[in-house]
Design a protein around this ligand. Structure first.
Ligand code: 5GP
Ligand code: SF4
Ligand code: MG
Length: 456
């Protein structure tokens, strides 16, 4: 998901939230919305689909100087209109709205506890647990209540919250998901999942929210409190591989440069002799350019993407996903005909995309198809907010690299090594990167799949 918050007395807040969310749209296309205040009440405006269709009839008119917004990527909680964020609730301390990116790992325990205490839930989102905890806390101030609740939830959470006169930001102690702080031209404040959200509204980057940090923003500026320190910082490596936009900088690491490095590392690891490097657009573009630059093998556009389609992974079932790939990608026959091709993509999840594309390339006359993937094999589910959670659907969890190569029909297949990936994300120390979906090294307790205590 993507989250955004603005505190500024001189901006048209609804319009700026809209633009910021528009820039974060790649982080979720299922639904979206914003919470705004007129100074005395908080109102939410939300809907299914892209931000442009949620607000197809224009953005709301609210005079207040605070707003938060959310774009949703479905993980826990099904694709359901009830699960749209931001959530807004009445607490004993007044109204509170929240937008959450990430996924909690102790949901079941907290939910049972809240159920016993008589709490009721309107959604299946773990985010609703957070507002319940805040609401039921016995602490005196809203800030203390939030921080107390943050110490009870585990897993991944980058949050923006608002009351009618304050904006807050939180990043979980591991820092799985990004969150940064920016300043508007008027000296107001912005919280955004990624720096591309700041760029879109003309705000300048100030700093990243630290893992375990709670920030409170009001007229006086930003007040910071570290509410918890984890034994290890764990930024999601998949943000750099795929999820984040390449023009963002996360925790000091330029995403574009990391992807170029991934391409270079893959060249060092493969040294494939070929005529042409192509990418699976758009997610494979930067790594493909990196491979081409390092190898001297020319890059060309062998596949064209229909730019009016969203991310295919999001489609709910296998048949629909397959149709979507064909709609989304087509081959430039004159480019690939008779060539030995290195095709670069960011990841193989179920194997749908690469299998279909390989077939299309061969039909168009490609002589050989070699594939390089800038994510190591995804063998374990993510419990921290990326939708690779059903293990049996992860092709690399059941098939070896050779079997995958056969399954998708390429002549050679290479996945970047974990070492190569870590070197590529050169500004982040290796021990600070989450690699759990590749190496099973989960930095937190994870929810058990069943009563027998099986993991997944
Ligand atoms: P596959 O077809 O193997 O299931 O998926 C691989 C394709 O899906 C890649 O082109 C990659 O860009 C994209 N992809 C990988 N992981 C994710 C994800 O978590 N979310 C979305 N939306 N797309 C993904
Ligand atoms: Fe990212 Fe994988 Fe860790 Fe999930 S398990 S947070 S996708 S690195
Ligand atoms: Mg892709």
């Amino acid at each position: 998901c993507g989250v955004l918050g603005i505190f500024d007395k001189n901006l048209d807040i609804p319009r700026y939230i809209y633009w910021g969310l528009f820039a974060l749209q790649h982080r979720g296309q299922e639904s979206g919305g914003m919470a705004l205040t007129d100074g005395s009440d908080i109102h939410t405006f939300r809907g299914m689909g892209l931000i442009s269709s949620v607000f197809s009839e224009g953005v709301p008119e609210e005079e207040g100087h605070i707003g938060i917004g959310h774009v949703r990527y479905s993980t826990t909680g099904s694709n359901n209109p009830r699960n749209i964020q931001p959530l807004a609730v009445y607490t004993p301390m007044g109204q509170l709205a929240l937008a959450h990116n990430g996924n909690l790992t102790n949901t079941r325990i907290l939910r049972e506890e809240l159920d016993k205490g008589g709490a009721t839930f309107q959604t299946t989102m773990d985010s609703e647990i957070i507002v319940n905890l805040i609401s039921r806390s016995q602490k005196e101030t809203i800030e203390e209540r939030i921080m107390e609740s943050m110490n009870r939830i585990h897993g991944a959470f980058s949050l923006v919250l608002m009351t009618k006169d304050k904006l807050y930001g939180v990043r979980d102690p591991h820092g799985f998901r990004p969150l940064c702080i920016g300043r508007t031209e008027n000296g107001g404040w912005v919280l955004s999942s990624e720096t591309c959200g700041l760029d879109a509204i003309g705000a300048t980057f100030v700093r990243d929210v630290k893992p375990g940090e709670f920030v409170e923003i009001n007229e006086q500026g930003v007040k910071s409190t570290i509410f918890s320190v984890a034994d290890r910082k764990q930024v999601c490596s998949f943000e750099y591989i795929y999820f984040a936009r390449p023009d963002s900088i996360i925790d000091g690491q330029d995403v574009y440069q990391a992807r170029l490095n991934m391409g270079r590392e893959m060249w060092n690891e493969t040294q494939y002799d070929a005529d042409l490097v192509i990418s699976v657009p758009d997610s494979g573009n930067t790594a493909a350019i990196g491979y081409s630059m390092a190898s001297g093998i020319p890059f060309n556009h062998g596949l064209i993407k229909n730019r009016y389609m969203g991310r295919t992974f999001i489609k709910p079932n296998q048949k629909q996903r397959e149709l979507a790939v064909r709609m989304k990608l087509n081959v430039v026959k004159s480019v690939v005909r008779g060539k030995r091709i290195i095709m670069v993509d960011d990841s193989i999840v179920r194997g749908t995309t690469s299998g279909i594309i390989c077939k299309l390339l061969r039909e168009a006359g490609a002589k050989e198809v070699y594939m390089c993937v800038s994510a190591p094999p995804i063998m374990y589910p993510c419990f921290y907010g990326i939708d690779t959670s059903v293990r049996k659907e992860l092709i690399a969890s059941t098939l070896s690299v050779e079997q995958i190569q056969k399954y998708i029909g390429v002549d050679k297949l290479h996945f970047i090594s974990i070492d190569g990936l870590c070197r590529s994300i050169s500004c982040i120390p290796r021990e600070d990167l989450c690699l759990a979906c590749f190496n099973n090294d989960y930095p937190t307790d994870i929810p058990l799949a069943n009563e027998e205590g099986e993991k997944y």
